[in-house]
Design a protein around this ligand. Structure first.
Ligand SMILES: NC(=O)c1ccc[n+]([C@@H]2O[C@H](COP(=O)([O-])OP(=O)(O)OC[C@H]3O[C@@H](n4cnc5c(N)ncnc54)[C@H](O)[C@@H]3O)[C@@H](O)[C@H]2O)c1
Length: 334
């Protein structure tokens, strides 16, 4: 991930025929002025702003078609550049459009949420939802370049910050014992120091460099996600309850993935005590016993389930992940 200060030079060196900036209504309001202020080329080249409605529910073909129509109307050619300025929804959609418009144009991600800085904007995965199935359609984009500016976090809500914190904890848990300890000892999460963000980005980049197509090592990034996705999907079906953000669901998934790891590998009880404490302090961890029938049926439908077998990422210790652990007897979770 490059620093935002390098973007001006990148734009000058690449002489794009036109520049488009994809935003949603919130990043239009809060982030575009910062970008224009920091990168003269954006205003000097009179970049075209393409605004889409925010929210996961708009990560679909309708939005993609609208963007493609706007690009066509503006005579965007294959030397055009699409800058995605936003959270994971904007970068997932922008990355996808950049892959398919005229068989591919250059895409730049400028992530503006914590979650997109440390996760969604790295690793080249793009995606949109289809018929309620998350990321059912998508591509791997080798050519995306990302630029980081943590100033964007200043306008992000605390709930959205904690959404990213859960994914940060997951990344440290699979790869770095020292940073896990430092991170959970941090008492104030209203501000996230750049060293944590930069370390987290580096870990994901290193994993992706080794295994771009998620054959082996990249799967470790799914720690907490099998149960997390099950809770996320289940909460979507509960009309009276507020939906969970992805990171909030991952926090629940992490909590139970560690509990299962303890039992599966017969670990010492103390191994994850401070992590359980952290997770239940900052996130609402529902009881699995009360919701077991519902949650287990969602786990069986998880996209990572294969031939009715369910696979988990577990931890033998902090920074010692194990992938492809087959667990079909869910009583281990209780
Ligand atoms: N491609 C990948 O590898 C990958 C990885 C993880 C997640 N994702 C995807 O990312 C999406 C979730 O991303 P997200 O959590 O960033 O959500 P999001 O993009 O919906 O952003 C959350 C909200 O914050 C607003 N926002 C963004 N930046 C802001 C800022 N600086 N100040 C104020 N408001 C701001 C947005 O407009 C939105 O309302 C999901 O669709 C998920 O599937 C993709």
């Amino acid at each position: 991930m490059h620093k935002i200060e390098e973007l001006q030079q990148y734009l000058i060196e690449n002489s794009f025929s036109q520049i488009f900036v994809l935003v949603d209504e919130y990043t239009y309001k809060h982030c575009l002025p910062i970008l224009v202020d920091k990168v003269d080329e954006i205003s000097e080249r009179q970049a075209t702003i393409l605004e889409i409605p925010s929210g996961e529910e708009n990560k679909n073909f309708i939005t993609v078609e609208n963007i493609c129509n706007s690009l066509l109307e503006s005579h965007a050619d294959r030397k055009s550049l699409l800058i995605s300025l936003g959270g994971g929804v904007v970068t997932d959609i922008g990355g996808f459009v950049a892959c398919i418009y005229k068989r591919g144009i250059q895409n730049i991600n400028i992530p503006t949420t914590l979650l997109s800085m440390i996760d969604a904007s790295i690793g080249g995965k793009t995606g949109i939802n289809l018929n309620g199935v998350k990321n059912a359609i998508g591509t791997f984009n080798h050519h995306t370049v990302s630029f980081l500016d943590t100033d964007f976090l200043k306008t992000l809500s605390q709930r959205q910050i904690m959404n990213g914190v859960a994914e940060m904890l997951k990344t440290f848990l699979i790869a770095d014992k020292d940073y896990t300890k430092l991170f959970i000892e941090k008492k104030d999460f209203s501000y996230i120091e750049d060293i944590f963000i930069e370390r987290c980005i580096r870990i994901k980049e290193e994993i992706v460099e080794k295994d771009f197509y998620e054959k082996e090592e990249r799967k470790t990034l799914n720690l907490g996600h099998t149960l997390g996705h099950a809770f996320e999907s289940y909460y979507m079906t509960k009309t009276q309850t507020e939906h969970l953000l992805h990171g909030e669901a991952v926090a629940i998934g992490l909590y139970y993935a560690l509990k299962i790891s303890e039992k599966y590998f017969a670990l010492h009880k103390e191994t994850f005590l401070s992590i359980y404490d952290f997770l239940s302090t900052y996130y609402k961890i529902p009881s699995l016993i009360e919701e077991k029938e519902n949650i287990f049926s969602f786990i069986k439908n998880d996209k990572k389930a294969y031939k009715n077998r369910t696979y988990f990422v577990l931890l033998k210790d902090i920074a010692l992940p194990v992938i492809n652990v087959e667990i079909n007897d869910f009583s281990l979770f209780l």
